[in-house]
Structures are given as C-alpha cells and as structure tokens.
Design a protein around this ligand. Structure first.
Ligand code: SAH
Length: 258
C-alpha cells in the first residue's frame, strides 16, 4: 500500500496542467497519461498531436484511459494557455535567448504557488525537435531536468514523469500564499503584448522587417515583473493614450483602478 500520510491537496493537483505540443508518437501520449495519473494529475491538453486518438496511446495508458478520454485537443499553444496563471516550458537544452531557467524542483514549487490564481501549465515539446522559440516565448519560465550534459534528452513521457513527481511533492508542501492581487491569464498577457507591438510598430520604434529580439526581450521583462490585473490595465490604458494611430476612447474602458 502506498503511504497515505502527507497526501497532497487534490484541489492543488487539479490546477496543474500538462501540455504536450505536437506529440509525434501516440505511445508517448499514453505513457504521459499514465505518468500523470500515478501522481494524481488529470488535466492533459494535447496541442496538434500528430496521431491521436490511436490504439497505441490507449494501450500505453494502461489504466489511465480516463485521463486520455478527458484530455483536451486544441490546435494552438495559445488556446492551451489562455486561462493559465503561469506557464513553464520544458527544454532539454539551453537556448539562444536567455530566459529565466529554473530546475525542475523550483519550477514545481512556482507552479503550485501560482495555481492558487488559476491553472499552472507545464509545456512539453516534440520528440524530435522540442519546442520552437515562439512556443518557448509563450511561457514565463523555462525548466530543465538536470541530466548528463552529453546525453540530456529524456524520452517525452519520462520527462512528464519526473515533472509530475515533483509537482506532487510540491503540492504536498506548505505553500506561503502570495499577497492578495488580481491574477492575469495567459490570454491577458497576449493581449498586452499584441497591443504593445502594435503601438511600437505604429510609432516606428519597432520595424516589422527587422524586429530583432525586441518583443522577445519585452516579453521577458514583463514576465519577470509579473504584473497583476490592475497593473496590466494601467499599462494598456497608457499604451492606448500613446498610440500614434489615435484612439476613439483615449482614456479607455479599463482605466487604472478599475
Ligand atoms: N531533440 C529535442 C528533445 C526533445 S525531447 C530537443 O533538443 O529539444 C521531448 C521533450 O521532452 C522536450 O521537448 C521536453 O519537453 C522534454 N524533455 C526531455 N529532456 C528534458 C530535460 N532534460 N529537461 C526538461 N525537459 C526535457
């Protein structure tokens, strides 16, 4: 019998989401579902899987078919993250642009703490190519499972297992609640970035033909600052008032303090 002391709070586990982007082998999807169920997780989102549903997924789930049948299939990562309070991308290797990189244990603690505000998602990439830069930039933090530097790429479902285990441990630990604030979602942040990009292009500061890494760096800045809803509304109102294209309603509907 499994030890039932220190059982994590099921409400916390319910707000932890596993997102698989572009999974290529249905067997890995099934094995990931099993890895989740063993750790008490059940929110699985599949972004544009290559072959799904598939009998191989069902067979590798062996007992976790319920996780599969309740899994949501969406076509973009944006949809998978629209309601999240935090999204963490996983990556087997370091990327060109520096991004806040946390180890798996610290990431699990951050995810559980953020899940008080809404779903916290851990995002996994394709077996062959991982996540692309745009997908990585949709996530506030990057997570790496420490591994042999000469052979650091885990099988997708094995990576899900390690992360799911750490999430379970973190969900059982004492969490110090963040000071009260109104959380924002992934969709709110995307709205801010879209508006910011539009204003910067209209003002001529951002050249769409030579964007360099401007939006990437600005994303990183805002993710680090982790603005809440009121702060986001202030930023959006300020951007509207500065927009050189003019605005029918300069003070905007969501003025500071709303
Ligand atoms: N060739 C790919 C490896 C993909 S492995 C690449 O270099 O990115 C498939 C997925 O498993 C990865 O996208 C990631 O989500 C996860 N994964 C594998 N090894 C990992 C590690 N050491 N740390 C974090 N995630 C890992």
């Amino acid at each position: 019998m499994a030890d039932s002391s220190h059982l994590p709070d099921p409400d916390r586990l319910a707000r932890l989401r596993i997102v698989l982007v572009g999974a290529q082998h249905p067997g890995n999807i099934g094995a990931a579902a099993r890895a989740m169920k063993v750790m008490g997780l059940d929110d699985l989102v599949l972004v544009a899987p290559e072959r799904y549903p598939d009998p191989e997924a069902t067979s590798r789930a062996s007992g976790a078919e319920d996780i599969l049948s309740e899994a949501r299939v969406v076509s973009t990562l944006e949809e998978a993250l629209a309601d999240t309070a935090l999204a963490i991308a996983t990556s087997a290797r370091s990327r060109r642009t520096e991004w806040p990189l946390v180890d798996v244990r610290a990431a699990a603690t951050r995810a559980v703490a953020a899940s008080v505000d809404g779903p916290a998602a851990i995002v996994f990439g394709r077996e062959r190519a991982g996540l692309n830069n745009t997908e990585l930039e949709r996530c506030q933090l990057h997570l790496q499972i420490p591994a042999n530097p000469d052979y650091s790429s885990l099988n997708l479902a094995a990576a899900v297992q390690v992360v799911a285990y750490e999430l379970r441990v973190a969900a059982g630990a004492e969490i110090v609640p963040a000071p009260s604030h109104e959380p924002v979602t992934g969709a709110d942040m995307e709205g801010l970035f879209g508006q910011l990009q539009g204003v910067l292009e209209a003002s001529g500061f951002l050249d769409p033909k030579e964007p360099m890494l401007l939006m990437t760096r600005l994303r990183r800045l805002f993710y680090r600052a982790a603005p809440d809803r009121i702060e986001t509304n202030i930023l959006r109102g300020a951007l509207r008032s500065l927009d050189p294209r003019g605005s029918t309603n300069r003070r905007g509907g969501d003025t500071p303090g709303d």
